[in-house]
Design a protein around this ligand. Structure first.
Ligand code: NI
Length: 373
């Protein structure tokens, strides 16, 4: 079996047996087994799921990271190696990322004697639920690391395409819930209550004005109300209505500005209508901010490897890799996977031709980075 066939076989095996965040037990066992068979050590970190290996010797350390978890989606892709775990699918391509970094580990192992330091390779659990990076950091996986690199496949780009950017790349992700407490009443006698539905529907409209009228139009911001719930029949005004949604930004200033305004507007509405509105924020991942020098370095190495490189657009999604970059310099990159259907789609089907070249790329990137620190 060729190197490429091996990586594709591994990817297909991972694809057939996907596991959700923090349940990646069989996935972890497979990765450990493949690494150990190739003569790579498993570092003794206390991890329930996830694996860390290392190649080389010396003080200098560069890290590579793959994510290993899947999504609660029933697969609809027409492939021979479709998911055997009902309702779970590698619909984000983390199986591809894992086989790329397994390939990089093998290539680096073959050059171990030439490496001017160590390359640590992190197979991270729980990217989708945003928490795996923190778990690995707590376990000590970033200790001594001078720079870290990772990838996401990009279905909208052809195989052979590469994109990244210095500075902010993926977004700050916030989730909010607004609980509107009015006063229930007979639908025919609204003056005896406080209409929570009327209040909530006006809130939805006015919240849109924050992003469109108060934030500088040159800053990126999205505020979406995605759930509105209240009432259960036609002739009763309900007591409570709940709104939920998400805020996406790239700058902490804009994030703070919008959060403050949402709270002020809710308080103002509550006072004007003599009702009560609770605002609850759930912080998600922070913005992913690439180190400009390492993003440029990663692009230069991609050019040398024959990729078509471009500056990536800002991404409004979240990515747990951001947590590493808060502590350690590095860069996260996009590599084209040419899937007709996008990430998290039940028919997502990345082109496996990206895998072997990406493995060569990350092995080269890690080795060159070791020479550069
Ligand atoms: Ni993903």
């Amino acid at each position: 079996m060729s190197f490429e066939q091996q990586l594709i076989a591994w990817r297909r095996e991972l694809h057939q047996f996907p596991e959700l965040s923090l349940q990646e037990v069989a996935t972890t066992a497979r990765i450990r087994d493949w690494l150990q068979t190739a003569g790579l050590p498993i570092l003794p970190f206390a991890l329930k799921t996830g694996v860390v290996t290392e190649v080389g010797k010396g003080e200098k350390v560069i890290a590579l990271r793959a994510d290993i978890d899947a999504l609660p989606i029933e697969e609809a892709a027409n492939v021979a190696f479709r998911s055997q775990n009902a309702g779970v699918m590698h619909a984000c391509g983390h199986d591809v990322h894992t086989s790329v970094m397994l390939g990089a580990a093998l290539l680096l192992k073959a050059r171990e004697a030439e490496l001017p330091g160590r390359v640590r390779i992190l197979f991270q659990p729980a990217e989708e639920s945003f928490g795996g990076a923190k778990t690995l950091i707590r376990a000590g996986a970033l200790e001594g690391v001078s720079a870290i690199f990772g990838m996401h496949n990009e279905p909208g780009l052809p195989v052979g395409a590469f994109a990244t950017r210095g500075g902010a790349f993926y977004a700050n992700v916030d989730r909010f819930v607004l609980r509107v407490h009015g006063k229930g009443a007979h639908a025919a006698r609204p003056h005896e209550g406080k209409d929570a539905i009327l209040l909530a529907s006006q809130l939805v409209s006015i919240l849109q004005s924050v992003a469109s009228r108060e934030v500088n139009t040159l800053d990126s911001v999205v505020l979406s109300v995605t759930r509105i719930q209240g009432g259960n029949t036609w002739n009763v005004l309900p007591e409570n209505v709940e709104l939920e949604g998400t805020l996406r930004t790239h700058s902490t200033d804009v994030q703070q500005q919008v959060k403050t305004r949402v709270s002020e507007i809710a308080a103002g509405f509550a006072s004007a209508f003599n009702a009560q509105i609770d605002v609850i924020w759930h912080a998600g991942p922070t913005a992913l901010v690439n180190t400009p020098e390492w993003a440029e370095f990663a692009t230069t190495v991609a050019d040398e490897a024959g990729y078509q490189t471009a500056k990536a657009d800002l991404h409004m999604g979240g990515e747990d890799f951001a947590v590493y970059l808060q502590q350690t310099p590095g860069a996260f990159v996009s590599i084209g996977s040419a899937s007709e259907y996008g990430l998290h789609h039940p028919a997502f089907n990345p082109d496996e031709k990206l895998i072997a070249p990406a493995a060569h790329y990350f092995a080269a990137l890690a080795e060159k980075a070791l020479h550069n620190i």
